[in-house]
Write a protein that binds this ligand. Structure first.
Ligand SMILES: Cc1cc2nc3c(=O)[nH]c(=O)nc-3n(C[C@H](O)[C@H](O)[C@H](O)COP(=O)(O)OP(=O)(O)OC[C@H]3O[C@@H](n4cnc5c(N)ncnc54)[C@H](O)[C@@H]3O)c2cc1C
Length: 410
């Protein structure tokens, strides 16, 4: 028997993870996605060990999901500034710092794990009404649906968030990036992932594995004026920005097919103080949009779905007081981690690309000749990763006896 109905808006990593975790917990789950197909926004992606662990727990096949990589921060000429050092057992289990993959590879694995009938495409949420005993979800050109809990996994421009908390401004980080990927026949072992900076630009690469094919993804990132139109050729732009970086990176860019290039302007929002209200909550970018500088936005969205389901599975979702407490416990657990990652991503982007030009030589002196970057990025990131892995272990150990998964409604 179903433990209750969970309606999720959006079939991004956050929505799909919530659906899979809630299904595992015995809920009747529906994802309402506005588009007629699931469309990954973008191509390149890296995933840290905690989201990899969550994916495995909620039924996603993570075998060869991505290419393992050991990450170093370097100056453009190769001088080592920091190493992301995870303990050996984590490196052995998850393949290093993070894995590199194509976004579609992740979506495909998550879609494959969803039970039939859960995903409802071409269903755009327009508004909801929280009646206290249930939520009524209104969909464009369709009959409304009811649920016991509504989860907004609808991304940076979340309509659920807007209805709950109003329309806070999007923060433009005055940064943009061009990223691309290519396949190679002969992958490098051990695979290295290099995050490199010169005084103004980041130019980085990491190995990828997609559908059994090895390759590399790379990106160049720098400050931009969001009010200025961008009409440069992406390949010419990338080559120019990668000048002075390693030969390896430059040859990767040269070998990348033009159709594998994409540009993004980087935006986020300030972290919300409160996510949930009544029977409604938020996951992923809807709650804490994060700059790609952290390479963790999708990862945190995946973690959110897992931790949300772990709170809901312990309660009777028909009881409003229990739902409120569970949603509050979920966000109280998640806010310190997600706030820290998104604020750190914002400030790292600022420090590398937007501090006043006269200060940049001094910044580089500090990064090159003191352990500061090792402390702030190289050591702090593993600590943070390990704390998330430990939290997942605790939650797994405390789970109630496995309920029968609910049969999804067609
Ligand atoms: C260039 C770039 C590189 C990145 N690299 C990384 C990385 O390496 N690692 C990492 O972890 N993260 C990375 N990120 C961040 C990551 O992409 C996001 O954090 C992640 O996609 C957020 O997932 P989500 O499910 O919360 O939202 P989204 O992926 O935005 O999904 C939201 C979904 O909701 C749907 N939707 C929206 N409104 C409605 C509505 N009203 N009704 C129904 N459906 C709706 C949308 O169509 C969409 O499918 C990167 C981002 C960028 C831009």
């Amino acid at each position: 028997m179903s433990k209750g109905r969970i309606a999720i808006i959006g079939a991004g990593p956050g929505g799909m993870s919530t659906a899979l975790a809630a299904h595992r917990a015995g809920f009747e789950v529906s994802i309402y996605e506005r588009y007629p197909e699931v469309k990954p926004a973008g191509n390149i992606l890296n995933l840290w060990p905690p989201p990899q662990k969550v994916l495995g727990l909620i039924g996603v096949d993570t075998t060869d999901l991505g290419a393992p990589a050991l990450t170093t921060f370097r100056r453009a000429d190769g001088h080592l500034r920091a190493t992301v050092r995870l303990p050996d057992e984590v490196v052995t289990e998850y393949g290093g710092g993070f894995i590199g993959l194509l976004r579609w590879g992740l979506y495909k694995r998550m879609l494959d794990a969803l039970p039939p009938g859960v995903l409802k495409l071409g269903h755009e949420m327009t508004r909801f009404e929280d009646h206290g005993d249930r939520v009524v979800v209104h969909l464009a050109d369709r009959e409304p649906v009811e649920a016991d809990v509504l989860v907004g996994g609808d991304g940076l421009r979340s309509a659920v968030r807007r209805q709950l908390w109003g329309d806070q401004p999007i923060r433009h980080q005055h940064l943009h990036l061009v990223g691309g990927y290519l396949y190679v026949d002969d992958p490098q072992r051990p695979p290295d992932s290099v995050i490199a900076h010169n005084r103004n630009t980041q130019a980085s690469y990491t190995p990828i594995l997609h559908d059994g094919q090895w390759g590399y993804e790379w990106w160049v990132l720098e400050a931009c004026d969001p009010s200025a139109p961008f009409d440069e050729d992406l390949m010419a732009f990338s080559r120019a920005r990668a000048a002075g970086f390693s030969e390896k990176l430059r040859s990767m860019i040269d070998a990348t097919p033009a159709e594998n290039l994409q540009r993004w302007e980087i935006r986020d929002r300030r972290p919300l103080k409160q996510w949930s209200q009544g029977r409604v909550t938020l996951v992923g970018d809807a709650a804490h949009p994060t700059s790609p500088y952290a390479a963790y936005g999708a990862g945190m969205s995946i973690e959110d779905g897992y931790f949300l389901a772990s709170e809901l599975e312990r309660i009777d979702v028909h009881d409003l007081g229990s739902v409120r407490r569970a949603l509050q416990a979920f966000e109280d657990r998640r806010k310190p981690h997600t706030r820290r990652v998104s604020q750190q991503a914002f400030f790292t982007g600022y420090a590398f690309h937007r501090i006043p030009r006269p200060l940049r030589p001094l910044r580089d002196l500090v990064y090159d000749h003191t352990p500061m970057l090792q402390k702030v990025v190289g050591d702090a990131t593993p600590d943070h990763i390990l704390s998330q892995l430990a939290e997942i272990d605790q939650v797994e150990a405390a789970r109630p006896a496995t309920p029968a998964a609910a049969t999804p409604q067609p």
